[in-house]
Design a protein around this ligand. Structure first.
Ligand SMILES: [Zn+2]
Length: 114
């Protein structure tokens, strides 16, 4: 189960940062590509389960999905791949290649600063 590994690594990162800041984490922002095979609900559930009893208990995960970029082989334009209209935004060619999906990233952690 991929999500459990992701949840575990998030928990480790957030805990390390919380110890460094000596503050309780409240929320964390995560981003990943739209083709990343992460199921949001499964990840949230897994995180909640393993965070129980740790400093990360109750931390809210905000997952955002980044669009994938594509490069046109005709005019070299780099554009945001849109599954509803998979064409170059510049020359309207459909001869393009997809850029690698953005990896899952822990972007920010919100702490209780009181
Ligand atoms: Zn083009």
């Amino acid at each position: 189960m991929h999500e459990l590994m992701v949840a575990q690594s998030l928990l480790t990162s957030i805990t390390a940062e919380a110890e460094k800041q000596n503050a309780k984490p409240l929320a964390a922002g995560i981003s990943c590509g739209i083709f990343n095979a992460i199921n949001d609900d499964t990840l949230l559930f897994a995180f909640e389960a393993i965070a129980k009893g740790t400093i990360c208990e109750g931390v809210k995960l905000n997952i955002s999905h980044k669009p994938v970029q594509a490069r046109c082989k005709n005019c070299q334009n780099i554009f945001e791949f849109d599954i509803a209209s998979p064409r170059c935004k510049n020359c309207h060619s459909d001869d393009f290649e997809l850029m690698p999906d953005p990896p899952l990233l822990l972007e920010e952690i919100e702490f209780d600063t009181e």
